[in-house]
Design a protein around this ligand. Structure first.
Ligand SMILES: [Fe+2]
Length: 469
Protein backbone atom coordinates (compact mmCIF):
# COMPACT_ATOMS: atom_id res chain seq x y z
CA UNK A 1 0.00 0.00 0.00
CA UNK A 2 2.77 2.34 1.03
CA UNK A 3 4.69 1.55 -2.11
CA UNK A 4 1.61 2.30 -4.18
CA UNK A 5 1.31 5.69 -2.53
CA UNK A 6 4.94 6.44 -3.33
CA UNK A 7 4.36 5.46 -6.96
CA UNK A 8 1.18 7.51 -7.12
CA UNK A 9 2.99 10.46 -5.56
CA UNK A 10 5.78 10.21 -8.14
CA UNK A 11 3.30 10.18 -10.98
CA UNK A 12 1.51 13.16 -9.41
CA UNK A 13 4.75 15.11 -9.07
CA UNK A 14 5.69 14.24 -12.65
CA UNK A 15 2.32 15.41 -13.96
CA UNK A 16 2.53 18.58 -11.87
CA UNK A 17 5.97 19.23 -13.30
CA UNK A 18 4.76 18.77 -16.86
CA UNK A 19 1.76 21.05 -16.33
CA UNK A 20 3.88 23.71 -14.61
CA UNK A 21 6.50 23.46 -17.35
CA UNK A 22 3.89 23.89 -20.03
CA UNK A 23 2.44 26.88 -18.20
CA UNK A 24 5.81 28.56 -17.74
CA UNK A 25 6.58 27.87 -21.36
CA UNK A 26 3.38 29.58 -22.39
CA UNK A 27 4.50 32.73 -20.55
CA UNK A 28 7.32 33.19 -23.03
CA UNK A 29 6.69 35.29 -26.10
CA UNK A 30 8.23 34.98 -29.53
CA UNK A 31 11.85 35.02 -30.52
CA UNK A 32 14.69 36.66 -28.61
CA UNK A 33 17.32 36.26 -31.26
CA UNK A 34 20.67 34.93 -30.09
CA UNK A 35 22.39 36.22 -33.19
CA UNK A 36 26.06 36.79 -32.32
CA UNK A 37 27.25 40.22 -33.37
CA UNK A 38 30.54 42.06 -33.20
CA UNK A 39 31.08 44.23 -30.18
CA UNK A 40 32.33 47.21 -32.13
CA UNK A 41 32.26 50.64 -30.56
CA UNK A 42 29.96 53.18 -32.16
CA UNK A 43 32.34 56.09 -32.51
CA UNK A 44 31.33 59.11 -34.54
CA UNK A 45 33.16 59.41 -37.83
CA UNK A 46 35.84 62.18 -37.71
CA UNK A 47 34.86 65.44 -39.34
CA UNK A 48 37.52 64.95 -42.03
CA UNK A 49 35.90 61.67 -43.15
CA UNK A 50 35.01 61.49 -46.81
CA UNK A 51 31.30 61.14 -46.00
CA UNK A 52 31.35 64.69 -44.64
CA UNK A 53 33.35 66.17 -47.52
CA UNK A 54 32.42 69.65 -48.71
CA UNK A 55 31.40 70.00 -52.35
CA UNK A 56 34.02 71.79 -54.44
CA UNK A 57 33.62 75.46 -55.28
CA UNK A 58 32.82 78.79 -53.67
CA UNK A 59 29.48 78.75 -51.85
CA UNK A 60 28.64 75.35 -53.34
CA UNK A 61 25.23 74.02 -52.24
CA UNK A 62 25.57 71.24 -49.68
CA UNK A 63 23.38 69.19 -47.33
CA UNK A 64 20.81 68.69 -50.07
CA UNK A 65 17.67 66.85 -48.97
CA UNK A 66 14.16 66.34 -50.22
CA UNK A 67 10.86 65.39 -48.65
CA UNK A 68 7.27 65.28 -49.80
CA UNK A 69 5.96 68.79 -50.34
CA UNK A 70 2.19 68.41 -50.38
CA UNK A 71 -0.49 66.01 -49.20
CA UNK A 72 -0.87 63.91 -52.36
CA UNK A 73 2.69 63.37 -53.60
CA UNK A 74 2.84 65.90 -56.45
CA UNK A 75 5.03 68.25 -54.45
CA UNK A 76 8.63 68.07 -53.27
CA UNK A 77 10.43 70.29 -50.78
CA UNK A 78 14.06 70.74 -51.80
CA UNK A 79 16.33 71.97 -49.02
CA UNK A 80 20.02 72.82 -49.08
CA UNK A 81 22.65 74.96 -47.43
CA UNK A 82 25.05 77.57 -48.75
CA UNK A 83 27.95 78.40 -46.46
CA UNK A 84 29.40 81.76 -47.50
CA UNK A 85 26.48 83.85 -48.71
CA UNK A 86 22.77 83.33 -49.36
CA UNK A 87 23.14 82.81 -53.10
CA UNK A 88 20.13 81.73 -55.09
CA UNK A 89 16.88 80.29 -53.75
CA UNK A 90 15.96 78.89 -57.11
CA UNK A 91 15.48 75.26 -58.07
CA UNK A 92 15.52 74.48 -61.79
CA UNK A 93 13.86 71.17 -62.65
CA UNK A 94 12.76 69.18 -65.65
CA UNK A 95 11.21 65.85 -66.40
CA UNK A 96 13.35 63.12 -67.87
CA UNK A 97 12.97 63.05 -71.65
CA UNK A 98 11.66 66.62 -71.68
CA UNK A 99 13.29 69.76 -72.99
CA UNK A 100 11.08 72.04 -70.92
CA UNK A 101 12.74 73.44 -67.83
CA UNK A 102 10.85 74.96 -64.95
CA UNK A 103 12.01 76.90 -61.95
CA UNK A 104 10.67 77.52 -58.51
CA UNK A 105 11.79 80.10 -55.98
CA UNK A 106 12.19 79.24 -52.34
CA UNK A 107 13.20 81.04 -49.19
CA UNK A 108 16.32 81.24 -47.07
CA UNK A 109 16.52 81.13 -43.29
CA UNK A 110 19.25 81.25 -40.67
CA UNK A 111 19.31 80.72 -36.93
CA UNK A 112 21.69 81.15 -34.04
CA UNK A 113 22.28 78.55 -31.36
CA UNK A 114 24.34 79.95 -28.46
CA UNK A 115 27.71 80.69 -30.11
CA UNK A 116 26.85 78.96 -33.40
CA UNK A 117 25.51 80.78 -36.45
CA UNK A 118 23.94 78.61 -39.08
CA UNK A 119 24.81 78.78 -42.75
CA UNK A 120 22.10 79.87 -45.19
CA UNK A 121 19.37 77.23 -45.22
CA UNK A 122 17.23 77.17 -48.35
CA UNK A 123 13.81 75.58 -48.73
CA UNK A 124 11.95 75.46 -52.01
CA UNK A 125 8.64 73.70 -52.57
CA UNK A 126 7.99 72.42 -56.06
CA UNK A 127 4.35 71.67 -56.79
CA UNK A 128 2.14 70.22 -59.52
CA UNK A 129 4.63 67.62 -60.64
CA UNK A 130 3.47 64.69 -62.73
CA UNK A 131 3.02 61.46 -60.83
CA UNK A 132 5.36 58.55 -61.38
CA UNK A 133 7.92 60.63 -63.26
CA UNK A 134 11.65 61.03 -62.95
CA UNK A 135 12.77 64.63 -62.57
CA UNK A 136 16.20 66.18 -62.54
CA UNK A 137 16.81 69.27 -60.46
CA UNK A 138 19.62 71.75 -60.21
CA UNK A 139 20.61 74.21 -57.50
CA UNK A 140 23.39 76.77 -57.17
CA UNK A 141 24.58 79.59 -59.37
CA UNK A 142 27.33 80.44 -61.80
CA UNK A 143 30.13 77.93 -61.99
CA UNK A 144 28.93 76.00 -58.97
CA UNK A 145 25.70 74.21 -59.70
CA UNK A 146 24.81 70.73 -58.54
CA UNK A 147 22.35 68.37 -60.16
CA UNK A 148 20.29 65.60 -58.59
CA UNK A 149 17.17 63.62 -59.45
CA UNK A 150 14.10 62.05 -57.83
CA UNK A 151 11.08 60.07 -58.95
CA UNK A 152 7.60 61.15 -57.95
CA UNK A 153 5.28 58.49 -56.53
CA UNK A 154 2.42 57.01 -58.55
CA UNK A 155 -0.96 58.68 -58.16
CA UNK A 156 -2.73 57.86 -54.92
CA UNK A 157 -4.77 54.70 -55.29
CA UNK A 158 -5.72 51.56 -53.39
CA UNK A 159 -3.67 48.98 -55.26
CA UNK A 160 -0.55 50.98 -56.04
CA UNK A 161 2.61 49.05 -55.13
CA UNK A 162 5.08 51.14 -53.19
CA UNK A 163 8.01 50.39 -50.89
CA UNK A 164 9.06 52.44 -47.91
CA UNK A 165 12.44 52.12 -46.26
CA UNK A 166 12.59 52.40 -42.49
CA UNK A 167 15.55 53.94 -40.69
CA UNK A 168 15.80 55.35 -37.20
CA UNK A 169 18.16 56.88 -34.66
CA UNK A 170 20.86 57.11 -37.30
CA UNK A 171 23.54 59.43 -35.94
CA UNK A 172 26.89 59.69 -37.70
CA UNK A 173 29.05 56.83 -36.52
CA UNK A 174 30.80 54.17 -38.55
CA UNK A 175 27.76 52.00 -37.85
CA UNK A 176 25.47 54.76 -39.14
CA UNK A 177 27.44 54.68 -42.36
CA UNK A 178 27.07 50.89 -42.55
CA UNK A 179 23.30 51.19 -42.07
CA UNK A 180 22.97 53.80 -44.79
CA UNK A 181 25.17 51.79 -47.16
CA UNK A 182 23.13 48.69 -46.36
CA UNK A 183 19.91 50.53 -47.14
CA UNK A 184 21.41 51.89 -50.36
CA UNK A 185 22.35 48.36 -51.42
CA UNK A 186 18.70 47.34 -51.03
CA UNK A 187 17.07 48.36 -54.30
CA UNK A 188 13.52 48.30 -52.96
CA UNK A 189 13.15 51.48 -50.92
CA UNK A 190 11.50 54.40 -52.77
CA UNK A 191 11.11 56.75 -49.79
CA UNK A 192 12.26 56.54 -46.19
CA UNK A 193 10.06 56.79 -43.15
CA UNK A 194 12.54 58.17 -40.65
CA UNK A 195 11.50 57.46 -37.07
CA UNK A 196 13.42 60.27 -35.38
CA UNK A 197 16.81 61.12 -33.81
CA UNK A 198 18.80 62.39 -36.74
CA UNK A 199 22.24 63.85 -36.02
CA UNK A 200 22.86 63.44 -32.27
CA UNK A 201 24.52 66.86 -32.35
CA UNK A 202 23.23 67.33 -28.81
CA UNK A 203 25.77 64.77 -27.61
CA UNK A 204 28.46 67.41 -28.11
CA UNK A 205 29.28 70.35 -25.80
CA UNK A 206 26.72 73.12 -26.30
CA UNK A 207 24.95 70.85 -28.77
CA UNK A 208 27.59 71.67 -31.36
CA UNK A 209 25.41 72.44 -34.36
CA UNK A 210 28.31 71.80 -36.71
CA UNK A 211 27.28 68.19 -36.24
CA UNK A 212 23.87 69.04 -37.71
CA UNK A 213 25.77 70.23 -40.79
CA UNK A 214 28.02 67.19 -40.98
CA UNK A 215 25.05 64.82 -40.61
CA UNK A 216 23.23 66.45 -43.48
CA UNK A 217 26.30 66.11 -45.67
CA UNK A 218 26.59 62.45 -44.69
CA UNK A 219 23.02 61.47 -45.66
CA UNK A 220 22.84 63.66 -48.78
CA UNK A 221 23.85 60.71 -50.95
CA UNK A 222 20.43 59.16 -50.25
CA UNK A 223 18.10 61.95 -49.21
CA UNK A 224 18.92 64.19 -52.18
CA UNK A 225 17.51 61.45 -54.42
CA UNK A 226 14.54 60.05 -52.53
CA UNK A 227 12.33 61.72 -49.95
CA UNK A 228 12.81 60.97 -46.31
CA UNK A 229 9.62 61.52 -44.33
CA UNK A 230 10.73 63.12 -41.09
CA UNK A 231 9.59 62.67 -37.52
CA UNK A 232 11.23 64.31 -34.52
CA UNK A 233 12.90 62.43 -31.67
CA UNK A 234 14.23 63.52 -28.30
CA UNK A 235 17.61 64.37 -29.86
CA UNK A 236 15.84 66.99 -31.96
CA UNK A 237 14.64 68.92 -28.89
CA UNK A 238 17.97 70.74 -28.33
CA UNK A 239 16.64 72.34 -25.16
CA UNK A 240 19.42 74.23 -23.38
CA UNK A 241 17.82 77.04 -21.40
CA UNK A 242 20.85 77.56 -19.16
CA UNK A 243 22.62 78.83 -22.26
CA UNK A 244 19.65 80.82 -23.52
CA UNK A 245 18.36 78.11 -25.85
CA UNK A 246 14.87 77.54 -24.53
CA UNK A 247 13.07 77.08 -27.84
CA UNK A 248 12.61 73.33 -28.35
CA UNK A 249 13.35 71.85 -31.79
CA UNK A 250 15.03 75.04 -33.07
CA UNK A 251 17.79 73.50 -35.24
CA UNK A 252 15.50 70.71 -36.49
CA UNK A 253 12.62 72.95 -37.52
CA UNK A 254 14.91 75.39 -39.30
CA UNK A 255 16.63 72.64 -41.24
CA UNK A 256 13.87 70.14 -41.98
CA UNK A 257 10.71 71.55 -43.50
CA UNK A 258 7.70 69.27 -43.89
CA UNK A 259 4.29 69.88 -45.53
CA UNK A 260 2.36 70.08 -42.25
CA UNK A 261 -0.05 72.81 -43.34
CA UNK A 262 -1.32 70.61 -46.18
CA UNK A 263 -2.87 68.29 -43.61
CA UNK A 264 -4.32 71.05 -41.45
CA UNK A 265 -1.65 70.73 -38.79
CA UNK A 266 -0.45 73.78 -36.92
CA UNK A 267 3.02 72.37 -36.26
CA UNK A 268 5.75 70.72 -38.35
CA UNK A 269 6.10 68.16 -35.57
CA UNK A 270 2.86 66.35 -36.46
CA UNK A 271 1.31 66.00 -39.90
CA UNK A 272 0.17 63.52 -42.50
CA UNK A 273 0.78 62.68 -46.13
CA UNK A 274 -0.66 60.32 -48.69
CA UNK A 275 1.84 58.46 -50.79
CA UNK A 276 0.73 55.85 -53.33
CA UNK A 277 -1.52 53.47 -51.35
CA UNK A 278 -0.42 54.59 -47.91
CA UNK A 279 -1.63 57.22 -45.49
CA UNK A 280 1.23 58.24 -43.20
CA UNK A 281 0.55 59.97 -39.91
CA UNK A 282 3.59 61.47 -38.19
CA UNK A 283 3.27 62.24 -34.49
CA UNK A 284 5.49 63.99 -31.97
CA UNK A 285 6.36 62.06 -28.81
CA UNK A 286 7.85 65.22 -27.28
CA UNK A 287 5.10 67.74 -27.86
CA UNK A 288 1.96 68.09 -25.78
CA UNK A 289 -0.56 65.42 -26.68
CA UNK A 290 -2.98 65.39 -23.75
CA UNK A 291 -6.67 66.09 -24.12
CA UNK A 292 -7.44 69.47 -25.77
CA UNK A 293 -3.85 70.04 -26.94
CA UNK A 294 -3.23 71.00 -30.59
CA UNK A 295 -1.68 67.62 -31.44
CA UNK A 296 -4.54 65.71 -29.80
CA UNK A 297 -7.20 67.76 -31.55
CA UNK A 298 -5.46 67.39 -34.89
CA UNK A 299 -5.10 63.61 -34.59
CA UNK A 300 -8.67 63.09 -33.49
CA UNK A 301 -9.93 65.03 -36.49
CA UNK A 302 -7.39 63.41 -38.81
CA UNK A 303 -8.13 59.73 -38.24
CA UNK A 304 -11.75 59.85 -39.49
CA UNK A 305 -10.55 61.55 -42.70
CA UNK A 306 -8.52 58.54 -43.82
CA UNK A 307 -10.34 56.92 -46.73
CA UNK A 308 -9.18 53.30 -46.78
CA UNK A 309 -10.77 52.83 -50.19
CA UNK A 310 -8.28 55.37 -51.48
CA UNK A 311 -5.30 54.65 -49.18
CA UNK A 312 -5.77 51.21 -47.61
CA UNK A 313 -2.54 51.27 -45.61
CA UNK A 314 -2.68 53.39 -42.47
CA UNK A 315 0.79 53.84 -40.97
CA UNK A 316 1.70 55.83 -37.88
CA UNK A 317 5.24 57.06 -37.24
CA UNK A 318 6.34 58.29 -33.82
CA UNK A 319 9.71 58.31 -32.14
CA UNK A 320 8.97 56.71 -28.78
CA UNK A 321 7.49 53.18 -28.99
CA UNK A 322 4.23 52.41 -27.21
CA UNK A 323 5.38 48.83 -26.70
CA UNK A 324 8.98 47.81 -26.05
CA UNK A 325 10.42 44.98 -23.98
CA UNK A 326 13.90 46.38 -23.67
CA UNK A 327 14.63 47.61 -20.16
CA UNK A 328 16.19 50.90 -21.29
CA UNK A 329 13.48 53.50 -22.00
CA UNK A 330 11.01 50.99 -20.57
CA UNK A 331 7.44 52.37 -20.52
CA UNK A 332 8.48 55.83 -21.74
CA UNK A 333 5.69 55.62 -24.31
CA UNK A 334 3.08 54.60 -21.76
CA UNK A 335 1.34 57.94 -21.40
CA UNK A 336 0.96 58.28 -25.14
CA UNK A 337 -0.31 54.70 -25.32
CA UNK A 338 -2.98 55.56 -22.78
CA UNK A 339 -4.02 58.56 -24.85
CA UNK A 340 -4.05 57.11 -28.36
CA UNK A 341 -4.03 53.31 -28.45
CA UNK A 342 -7.82 53.04 -28.42
CA UNK A 343 -7.99 55.24 -31.53
CA UNK A 344 -5.36 53.16 -33.31
CA UNK A 345 -7.55 50.11 -32.69
CA UNK A 346 -10.79 51.91 -33.59
CA UNK A 347 -9.38 53.13 -36.89
CA UNK A 348 -7.46 49.92 -37.60
CA UNK A 349 -3.97 51.38 -37.93
CA UNK A 350 -1.96 48.69 -39.71
CA UNK A 351 1.42 49.37 -38.17
CA UNK A 352 3.16 51.84 -35.85
CA UNK A 353 6.84 52.43 -36.54
CA UNK A 354 9.01 53.88 -33.79
CA UNK A 355 12.65 54.30 -32.84
CA UNK A 356 14.26 55.58 -29.63
CA UNK A 357 15.18 52.12 -28.33
CA UNK A 358 18.48 51.26 -30.01
CA UNK A 359 17.58 47.77 -31.04
CA UNK A 360 14.97 45.96 -33.11
CA UNK A 361 11.61 44.58 -32.00
CA UNK A 362 8.28 43.57 -33.53
CA UNK A 363 5.14 42.85 -31.53
CA UNK A 364 2.14 40.68 -32.18
CA UNK A 365 -1.16 42.43 -32.94
CA UNK A 366 -2.09 43.36 -29.42
CA UNK A 367 -3.96 46.01 -27.49
CA UNK A 368 -4.32 46.97 -23.86
CA UNK A 369 -7.36 49.21 -23.85
CA UNK A 370 -9.87 47.53 -21.55
CA UNK A 371 -8.62 49.15 -18.34
CA UNK A 372 -10.79 51.83 -16.78
CA UNK A 373 -8.78 52.50 -13.59
CA UNK A 374 -10.85 50.16 -11.41
CA UNK A 375 -11.63 47.01 -13.39
CA UNK A 376 -8.12 45.55 -13.23
CA UNK A 377 -8.19 44.61 -16.92
CA UNK A 378 -4.72 45.83 -17.77
CA UNK A 379 -2.73 43.41 -19.85
CA UNK A 380 -1.77 43.26 -23.53
CA UNK A 381 -3.86 40.71 -25.39
CA UNK A 382 -4.32 39.63 -28.99
CA UNK A 383 -6.50 42.08 -30.89
CA UNK A 384 -7.23 41.58 -34.58
CA UNK A 385 -7.94 45.30 -35.01
CA UNK A 386 -4.74 46.48 -33.37
CA UNK A 387 -1.53 47.62 -35.06
CA UNK A 388 1.73 45.73 -35.13
CA UNK A 389 4.29 47.84 -33.25
CA UNK A 390 7.76 47.87 -34.74
CA UNK A 391 10.77 49.46 -33.05
CA UNK A 392 13.57 50.20 -35.46
CA UNK A 393 15.84 52.55 -33.51
CA UNK A 394 18.84 50.55 -34.68
CA UNK A 395 20.42 52.97 -37.15
CA UNK A 396 23.76 53.05 -35.36
CA UNK A 397 24.28 56.23 -33.35
CA UNK A 398 27.05 56.94 -30.85
CA UNK A 399 25.02 55.70 -27.88
CA UNK A 400 25.38 52.10 -29.05
CA UNK A 401 23.00 49.14 -28.89
CA UNK A 402 20.78 48.11 -26.01
CA UNK A 403 21.05 44.50 -24.91
CA UNK A 404 19.01 44.18 -21.69
CA UNK A 405 15.52 42.84 -22.22
CA UNK A 406 12.54 41.98 -20.06
CA UNK A 407 12.93 38.28 -19.25
CA UNK A 408 11.15 36.04 -20.03
CA UNK A 409 10.06 37.56 -23.31
CA UNK A 410 6.46 38.74 -22.90
CA UNK A 411 3.84 37.08 -25.06
CA UNK A 412 3.17 40.26 -27.01
CA UNK A 413 6.78 40.48 -28.22
CA UNK A 414 7.14 38.50 -31.44
CA UNK A 415 10.80 39.09 -32.31
CA UNK A 416 13.57 41.13 -30.77
CA UNK A 417 17.26 41.49 -31.44
CA UNK A 418 19.84 44.18 -30.63
CA UNK A 419 21.52 44.59 -34.01
CA UNK A 420 21.94 47.52 -36.34
CA UNK A 421 19.86 47.51 -39.50
CA UNK A 422 17.02 48.88 -41.57
CA UNK A 423 13.67 47.59 -42.82
CA UNK A 424 11.42 47.80 -45.84
CA UNK A 425 7.62 47.87 -46.00
CA UNK A 426 6.65 46.67 -49.45
CA UNK A 427 3.02 47.34 -50.32
CA UNK A 428 1.78 44.93 -52.99
CA UNK A 429 -1.89 45.91 -53.22
CA UNK A 430 -4.78 46.81 -50.94
CA UNK A 431 -4.67 43.53 -49.05
CA UNK A 432 -1.01 42.54 -48.78
CA UNK A 433 2.29 44.12 -47.79
CA UNK A 434 5.59 42.42 -47.16
CA UNK A 435 7.76 43.65 -44.34
CA UNK A 436 11.41 42.71 -43.81
CA UNK A 437 14.11 43.70 -41.36
CA UNK A 438 17.72 43.49 -42.51
CA UNK A 439 20.66 43.50 -40.11
CA UNK A 440 23.85 45.20 -41.26
CA UNK A 441 26.03 42.12 -40.98
CA UNK A 442 24.09 40.37 -43.72
CA UNK A 443 23.68 41.05 -47.41
CA UNK A 444 20.66 43.20 -48.18
CA UNK A 445 18.78 40.18 -49.51
CA UNK A 446 18.95 38.40 -46.14
CA UNK A 447 15.87 38.95 -44.01
CA UNK A 448 16.48 38.52 -40.32
CA UNK A 449 12.79 39.03 -39.58
CA UNK A 450 9.89 39.23 -42.00
CA UNK A 451 6.14 39.36 -42.00
CA UNK A 452 3.26 39.36 -44.44
CA UNK A 453 0.82 42.08 -43.46
CA UNK A 454 -2.84 41.54 -44.25
CA UNK A 455 -4.48 44.94 -44.42
CA UNK A 456 -6.67 45.51 -41.39
CA UNK A 457 -9.41 47.29 -43.31
CA UNK A 458 -9.54 44.94 -46.31
CA UNK A 459 -8.60 41.68 -44.72
CA UNK A 460 -8.85 41.01 -41.03
CA UNK A 461 -7.31 37.54 -41.10
CA UNK A 462 -4.36 36.87 -38.86
CA UNK A 463 -0.86 37.76 -39.89
CA UNK A 464 1.77 35.14 -40.57
CA UNK A 465 5.42 35.61 -39.91
CA UNK A 466 8.78 33.97 -40.29
CA UNK A 467 11.95 34.77 -38.47
CA UNK A 468 15.48 33.54 -39.05
CA UNK A 469 18.22 33.74 -36.47
FE1 LIG B 1 15.47 58.75 -28.96
Amino acid sequence: MGVNWVRAGSVYILLLGLILGAFLGSCNGGVSSRYARGNDISADMPLDSDVFALPVGYNAPQQVHITQGDHEGRGVIVSWVTPEEPGSNEVVYWAENSETKYSSLGTVVTYKYYNYSSPYIHHCTITNLEFDTKYFYEIGTGDVTRQFWFTTPPAVGPDVPYTFGLIGDLGQTFDSNRTLAHYESNPKGQAVLFVGDLSYADAYPLHDNNRWDSWARFVERSVAYQPWIWSAGNHEIDFLPEYGEGEPFKPYTHRYYVPYEASGSTSPLWYSIKRASAYIIVMSSYSAYGMYTPQYKWLISELPKVNRTETPWLIVVMHCPLYSTYTHHYMEGETMRVMFEKYFVQYKVDVVFSGHVHAYERTERISNIAYNIENGLCTPKYDGSAPVYITIGDGGNQEGLLYEMVDPQPLYSAFREPSYGHATFEIKNRTHAYYAWHRNQDGYAVEADSLWFHNLYWNSTQISSTASM
